[in-house]
Design a protein around this ligand. Structure first.
Ligand SMILES: [Zn+2]
Length: 396
């Protein structure tokens, strides 16, 4: 087997993931393109895969690198990527990412998972002191003086399925709430994926609002959300009951001892149209003496989701934090603004997620066939960089 290379990833993308049509027609709305969309869409994916950190470095690669190694037919400037991303229809990318996940499901990528989850959470990205765009939120100091701007987005990711695949984002304009953006995102995600792709939704406490929980019911998915003090009546009822009872179950989770309390007959708060609310408390005793306690709510019945499965489902929410936001920010440059324009930022975020999907499927599922071990994300990135040659350096 030849070693990992960008060309190998491009072949895998085109054949195993059926991305050829998308590369050629990524929703490009330029009227008279000189550089073909296939070069620019692949370049944006290469940007996500190689993580050069900026459009300038991507442009440098396109100029100085051996373009055959990069999978590009033409060189271009970073101003063209800015022009291009302003004019790409984000819906086309979103559909393609969802279709790629469905293809992965058909190919048994999630075979070991009993339940496939959709985790939703929000974050800030793209801090700037430049002229604000329509998506900018002002950052104010203690004297209410605007010192800069930030952007907020809500992300959705496949979780609980052995491989974490974030696949769509919804920007939150100033004045918008994360849970309202989360509703738009959830409706779209299930619409694009189809109603039978996922089995549950999992979210943090800020999404534990009646409108968001109703939205999940509307798309036909049971939901579990973290229970905190933003729901004071339910939180108080759970504390009163569980603090006076022995745990429903105790078991080992790795080396940690877990105590769990679980009851399905709590009263909903006034705005929530559920007949009852199921709540769970777990207390995780770590070997070093640390104790982690958290409460969760759900509309899953105990018959469909036994207590230990509820615990695992709650833990799957961490995937969007760790393999979603942390990796996208620290490894893939989510926080860096390539071009400060609302559509351009959105298109760059969506290409970044598609690159992350392609690269994870390639690394974890394609390279890991037969006796080949799974290589780390960093090993793959280094191997890809080492496989590149400078133009003219190869005299053969
Ligand atoms: Zn902005």
């Amino acid at each position: 087997m030849t070693g990992p290379s960008l060309l190998s990833i491009r072949n895998y993308s085109c054949h195993a993931l059926a991305l050829t049509t998308f590369f050629n027609h990524p929703g490009d709305e330029r009227t008279q393109p000189v550089i073909p969309a296939s070069d620019l869409s692949w370049a944006l994916l290469v940007g996500g895969i190689l993580r050069p950190g900026s459009a300038n470095r991507l442009e440098w690669l396109a100029h100085c690198g051996h373009r055959k190694d990069l999978g590009l037919t033409r060189k271009f400037g970073d101003d063209l990527l800015a022009y291009f991303t302003e004019r790409v229809d984000p819906e086309v990318i979103r559909h393609r990412s969802a279709d790629t996940l469905n293809l992965a499901k058909c190919n048994k990528v999630f075979e070991e998972a009993a339940f496939i989850g959709l985790a939703i959470d929000g974050t800030g990205a793209g801090n700037t002191t430049k002229t604000p765009c329509p998506l900018c939120h002002p950052i104010k100091d203690s004297k209410d003086k605007v010192t800069g701007f930030n952007h907020y987005l809500v992300m959705v990711s496949v979780v609980g399925a052995g491989i974490t695949l974030p696949f769509d984002v919804e920007p939150c304009p100033s004045g918008d709430s994360e849970y309202a953006a989360g509703q738009r995102l959830l409706l779209r995600a299930v619409n694009h994926l189809g109603p039978r792709f996922a089995n549950y939704v999992v979210a943090d406490a800020k999404f534990a609002t009646a409108p968001f929980l109703h939205c999940s019911v509307q798309v036909g998915l049971p939901i579990s959300a973290r229970l905190k003090q933003n729901l004071p009546e339910l939180a108080a009822a759970v504390e009163t009951r569980f603090s006076q009872q022995p745990p429903t179950d105790t078991f080992l989770h790795g080396e940690d001892r877990i105590e769990v309390w679980d009851a399905a007959d709590f009263d909903p708060w006034e705005a929530l149209d559920w007949s009852t609310v199921r709540a769970m408390r777990y207390r995780q005793h770590k070997k070093n003496g640390t104790i982690i306690q958290a409460e969760w709510l759900t509309n899953f019945s105990i018959a469909k989701l036994p207590t230990r499965s509820f615990f695992k489902l709650a833990k799957s929410r961490w995937e969007i934090e760790n393999q979603g936001f942390n990796d996208a920010k620290n490894l893939y440059g989510l926080e860096h603004i390539q071009h400060h324009h609302p559509n351009s930022m959105l298109v760059n975020w969506l290409f970044l997620l598609l690159a992350l999907i392609v690269k994870r499927l390639y690394r974890i599922r394609y390279l890991h066939r037969g006796s080949h071990p799974v290589i780390t994300a960093m090993q793959l990135k280094d191997t890809l960089w080492l496989s590149l040659r400078l133009a003219g350096a190869d005299s053969s």
